[in-house]
Design a protein around this ligand. Structure first.
Ligand SMILES: [Zn+2]
Length: 354
């Protein structure tokens, strides 16, 4: 990669305005889609349209003309952090006393953030197990990525180049993440990357924050290489009996976009883009059903216990995990856990069997 020719006129800055040379290879102007930039004193200027992107602590801010829904999201997050809604610009990159550690997240108990974290992590590992091993020279993007970057750590261990995109990055001094992962501020519906940049895109409990899942998935497809994979995990789904999966959504500021889309809406978007989709029955919920570990405070605990009883019968379990997975997700609203595969050039969606 180091020898590949680049048309960028970027110079690596020193100190806080340094932009990752790896990001320079895939960065794209969200205003005009040019790949040509000049960096000067914490300002990255697009050579195509003169759009200026600020660079703070090595993080390029591509949120230059946020949509109303993205502005609302940032305003809600600013308020949750004790700031005024109109201070949302300052919320994107701000100093905080400390960041959550993996250990603190794992130490949680039933019903709280730690428990939720365990759920998201188990579902992630389940989906990641279906991916080929990614070596050096491969790129992974996590959308909605935040410290301690637990999902990206596994990819980093195999030598993959890791990119984190979010609408905010709280920082501590010193910054333990200054060299890894490569952080970029951006809108998931308008990704600041070139076409076919990534081997894998990961999103956990993120896609339901967009008002337009179709647009998000179109962007994900665009930045994926042919044959690339996308993991959409831990998104709440609208169910007839809502919310077995549970989330922390109801504790959030009302300005934050907490949507629940139907499985059908997601699937139509997957199909329209030619993605092959493999749905997974949540490893977390499988574990809980197996051990009949249903907390009395779970919504519809009686129903969940009934499901747990059925779960002990092996043929029933097999039926639910496979043939009935769709029906179970539609009825109970188990979270969306799906591995998407972008077709390779040789396997166009038109040629697939219906
Ligand atoms: Zn431009």
């Amino acid at each position: 990669m180091a020898s590949s020719k680049s048309n960028l006129k970027l110079v690596s800055g020193v100190g806080e305005d340094a932009v990752s040379s790896k990001l320079q290879l895939i960065l794209q102007c969200v205003a005009c889609a040019s790949n040509d930039f000049a960096l000067h004193q914490e300002r990255l200027t697009c050579s195509g349209c003169q759009q200026v992107y600020l660079v703070k602590h090595g993080i390029v801010d591509s949120i230059v003309a946020p949509s109303p829904s993205l502005t609302k999201e940032l305003q809600g997050m600013a308020r949750e952090a004790g700031m005024e809604a109109q201070q949302w610009q300052d919320y994107k990159i701000r100093q905080v006393p400390s960041l959550p550690t993996l250990e603190a997240l794992q130490a949680g108990t039933e019903g709280d953030a730690g428990h939720y974290y365990k759920q998201t992590m188990m579902n992630f590992e389940q989906a990641r197990a279906l991916l080929p091993v990614l070596g050096a020279g491969t790129r992974v993007l996590e959308i909605g990525s935040e410290a301690p970057f637990a999902f990206l750590k596994g990819f980093r261990a195999t030598g993959a180049e890791c990119h984190a995109l979010n609408i905010y990055f709280p920082l501590t001094t010193p910054d333990p993440y200054s060299a890894w992962p490569i952080r970029t501020l951006g809108d998931m519906n308008h990704l600041p990357y070139r076409d076919a940049s990534f081997d894998v895109v990961v999103m956990s409990a993120t896609s339901h924050h967009t008002p337009t899942p179709e647009l998000l998935l179109q962007e994900v497809s665009r930045v994926l290489k042919p044959g690339g994979k996308a993991l959409l995990i831990n998104d709440p789904l609208a169910g007839l009996i809502k919310g077995v999966g549970g989330s922390l959504a109801h504790h959030r500021d009302p300005l934050i976009n907490e949507n629940t889309y139907t499985l059908g809406r997601y699937q139509r978007a997957f199909d329209a883009l030619g993605f092959n989709s493999e749905h997974l029955f949540s490893a977390y919920w499988e574990d809980r059903l197996q051990t009949a570990n249903i907390h009395p405070q779970t919504r519809f605990a009686t129903l969940a216990r009934l499901l747990a009883r059925l779960w002990r019968v092996a043929p029933v379990r097999h039926l639910i995990r496979h043939q009935l997975l769709w029906a179970v997700q539609v009825v109970f609203g188990f979270p969306l856990n799906v591995v998407l595969s972008k077709p390779t050039a040789a396997s166009r969606p038109e040629s697939r069997q219906a």
